[in-house]
Design a protein around this ligand. Structure first.
Ligand code: NAD
Length: 462
């Protein structure tokens, strides 16, 4: 007799969703978590707290830049940093306690402590060994650094330290113009820091549709972020209170330096599987530590599965959640499935940037024939009323069939608007299907419809 049908290791978005779905499907389920609270990186030191700081700092930006224009006069708010951090911590608490409630409601046991797998079918947590028919590894990922840069989470921080700075730095240097660097760079820029982003590539946000990335960079520049592109950071030296960042420009190999009060290292993340005992079990990983699985999330060792950031694919909470649900369904004997062609990506800056499916670059690489329907938020009445006219919706559709292949939005609520296109893509829709759907006026969503119209006979408002 096994004590559990499934034990999931890790309670991030992959793990906790998998656990809840397993329990809902009638499996006796436990989830192992060593943190004091459930929710993993996303809820404790990632997605959720960063969104709280983005929200608060955006409100400040609105007050400073747009209130007077709307006839809202008076003193701009000033920043009470300890209170802003307290607000952020309260948001974390509400969310992590929410997962605890859902575990109780669904009868998922929380095994408190760090788990390891001494042998297939067994999970050790502290001094106790539990057995399970299936084990799902959902241990997530951890920040990486680069050679010559030592993290102390005070002067030289990862995203975790950046959410807990003792004070707002005067000068912040961000290494890496990816999602974390730009989101946290935006927060501190709005709060008054002078932010310089040093990026190895010649453009920001690798993998993003190039047209969108260009407009995104221009927008951030207008907001005060400074970019040094094509620059490889060589080292970061620190004194007690300051840091010095040395980088080399790739175009001419020249070296230069930047002073900083804080350096944020946002150069990517790696799978976190420390202490699980993967090597002793013989679980296959790539040389970058990514656990190898088949399409059913099974590792090469019978009864051991893996999902989320520790397996292949984009390190996104919602990708992990979907894999968690699919894995649960597979373990319950159903046909779990994730459509990897329709996983949206969102950057929660202001404006937001969201994308799904193919970019123009990937379509060109595949030699596919496509058309572009683009519509600027300048032509959207609601956006104009809300000082949100910067940006556009761009839909890529097959030239012959009109089927939607991808979409890229930079603009207000882009992270929400993208889902209309995700659903359309899931249903195999043509751009015309979106264009012929009545959209309420006045909404930002009308810009999506106009971009769909632009794939056909043309938009109305441009
Ligand atoms: P990233 O991979 O998105 O970006 C890292 C950037 O650092 C790249 O542009 C890279 O070229 C640059 N870089 C690497 N070495 C460098 C060097 N020596 N000098 C200068 N630049 C260098 O990584 P990230 O922003 O750290 O995010 C990590 C993961 O977390 C990503 O998978 C991301 O999708 C995920 N994440 C997602 C969200 C979201 O969906 N909103 C938010 C936060 C994190």
């Amino acid at each position: 007799m096994f004590s559990y049908d499934v034990i999931i290791i890790g309670s991030g978005p992959g793990g906790y969703v998998c656990a809840i779905r397993c329990a809902q499907l009638g499996l006796k389920t436990a989830c192992v978590e060593g943190r004091e609270t459930l929710g993993g990186t996303c809820l404790n030191v990632g997605c959720i707290p960063s969104k709280a700081l983005l929200h608060a700092s955006h409100q400040l930006h609105e007050a400073e830049h747009n209130f007077a224009k709307m006839g809202l006069k008076g003193k701009s708010p000033s920043v009470d940093w300890p209170q802003m951090l307290a607000y952020k911590n309260d948001v974390i608490g509400q969310n992590t306690k929410g997962i605890e409630f859902l575990f109780k409601k669904n009868k998922v046991d929380w095994l408190k402590g760090w788990g390891s797998i001494p042998e297939p079918g067994k999970v050790k947590v502290g001094d106790e060994v539990h057995d399970a028919k299936a084990i799902v590894i959902a241990s997530g990922s951890d920040s990486t650094s680069i050679p010559g840069v030592e993290i102390d989470e005070k002067l030289v921080v990862t995203s975790t330290g950046a959410l807990e700075l003792a004070k707002i730095p005067k000068k912040l240097v961000v290494i890496g113009a990816g999602v974390i660097g730009l989101e946290m760079g935006s927060v501190y820029s709005r709060l008054g820091a002078e932010v310089t982003v040093v990026e190895f590539l010649d453009h920001i946000t690798p993998g993003m549709d190039a047209d969108t990335a260009k407009v995104f960079q221009r927008t951030l520049k207008k907001q005060g972020l400074r970019f040094i592109l094509g620059a490889a950071v060589q080292k970061v030296e620190t004194t007690k209170t300051k840091a010095k960042v040395t980088y080399r420009l790739r175009k001419d190999d020249s070296e230069a330096m930047l002073d900083a009060d804080v350096v944020l290292v946002a150069t990517g993340r790696k799978p976190y599987t420390d202490g699980l005992g993967l090597e002793a079990l013989g679980i296959k990983t790539t040389d970058r530590g990514v656990i190898e699985t088949d399409a059913q999330y099974a590792t090469n060792i019978k009864g051991i599965y893996a999902i989320g950031d520790c397996i292949v694919g984009p390190m996104l909470a919602h990708k992990a959640e979907d894999e968690g649900m699919a894995a649960a369904e597979i373990l319950a004997g159903q046909a779990g499935h994730v459509n990897y062609g329709v996983i949206p990506g969102v950057i929660y800056t202001h404006p937001e940037v969201a994308s799904v499916g193919e970019t123009e670059e990937t379509l060109k690489d595949q030699g596919r024939s496509y058309k572009v329907g683009k519509f600027s938020f300048m032509g959207n009445g609601r956006a104009k009323a809300n000082f949100a006219g910067d940006g556009f919706v761009k839909i890529l559709a097959d030239s012959t069939t009109d089927r939607i292949l991808g979409a890229h939005i930079i603009g207000p609520m882009a992270g929400d608007l993208i889902h209309e296109i995700c659903v359309a893509m899931e249903f195999g829709a043509a751009a015309e299907d979106l264009a012929r759907t009545c959209h309420a006026h006045p909404t930002y969503s009308e810009a999506v419809r106009e971009a769909a119209l632009a794939c056909g006979d043309g938009p109305i408002h441009s």
